[in-house]
Design a protein around this ligand. Structure first.
Ligand SMILES: O=C(O)CCC(=O)C(=O)O
Ligand SMILES: [Fe+2]
Length: 165
């Protein structure tokens, strides 16, 4: 990811720190008789650096231009979703998408999700190499963004605006 932005190869790894955190969540979505009324998971963006998703059935949807797009099921493929903290570190270049999980009347669904986040109490912020006259700094340096994200998540809101300059 750093190379794709012509940055020093370890720059994001350095921001995550030596004690960066991996957390795994195993999700089970039962089939549901009223998928028109019931979501598996409400719309949100992740407060992580990035998130790795393995799904056995379709159901995950990503919001783009006010439309929901279903992530296709590709066997043996993992999906990597950018989280809010990568949006901050890339000064808004990599977008942390709003996503949700819908239910199905026919199929149950399992997913394994790994959340990768910077170490606790580690300051992160936009890479200097991505800030210039044309692209001014969009985000502040922050510590423990995941905690702020969680407070907003519980209210069904995004937290990214709290990191804006
Ligand atoms: O179950 C999934 O595919 C995604 C779950 C998810 O978005 C999350 O746990 O944050
Ligand atoms: Fe998520």
């Amino acid at each position: 990811m750093a190379k794709s932005l012509k940055l020093e190869e370890n720059c994001f790894l350095n921001q995550f720190g030596n004690r960066s955190q991996y957390q795994a969540r195993f999700n089970y979505y039962a089939h549901c008789q009223r998928p028109d009324l019931v979501l598996g998971l409400k719309p949100h963006s992740d407060g992580t650096g990035y998130t790795i998703v393995l799904q056995d059935e379709e159901g995950l949807q990503v919001l783009k231009d006010e439309q929901w797009f279903t992530v296709p099921k590709i066997s043996e493929a993992v999906l990597v979703l950018m989280g809010d903290q990568m949006e901050i570190m890339t000064n808004g270049i990599f977008k942390s998408p709003v996503h949700r999980v819908v239910t199905s009347a026919e199929k149950e669904r399992f997913s394994v999700v790994v959340f990768y986040a910077p170490e606790l109490n580690k300051e992160i912020g936009p890479e200097n190499g991505l800030i210039n006259e044309e692209c001014p700094r969009l985000f502040k340096n922050m510590k423990d963004y995941a905690n702020i994200h969680w407070e907003y998540y519980q209210k069904g809101q995004r937290a990214l605006h709290t990191a804006k300059v």
